[in-house]
Design a protein around this ligand. Structure first.
Ligand code: SF4
Ligand code: SF4
Length: 76
């Protein structure tokens, strides 16, 4: 099964919440903190559950999410 890790460009994020809504794993949220645009930026609170489906990066209007994908081998 593919595993992944979302990497956010927090300064590009406008806090629109689209990635939070779309993530099938429900592992994204808006931070309590602000970026320089004074927006709450998106972050992942449980990267271990990311499946690298790329739905979040596909929906982001700011192209602020990059997905790293790993393949996990049995016993590895
Ligand atoms: S790649 Fe998929 S599982 Fe991972 S954070 Fe994005 S929407 Fe969620
Ligand atoms: S979809 Fe993009 S701009 Fe919107 S909250 Fe997520 S990372 Fe930020």
């Amino acid at each position: 099964m593919a595993r992944g890790k979302p990497e956010f460009d927090i300064e590009a994020c406008t806090g629109c919440n689209k990635c939070v809504d779309v993530c099938p794993q429900n592992i994204l949220m808006l931070s309590d903190k602000y970026n320089k645009q004074k927006k709450h930026f998106a972050e992942c609170f449980d990267e271990g559950r990311c499946t690298a489906c790329s739905e979040c990066s596909g929906i982001c209007p700011e192209y602020a999410i990059r997905i790293w994908s790993f393949s996990i081998t049995a016993g590895g």
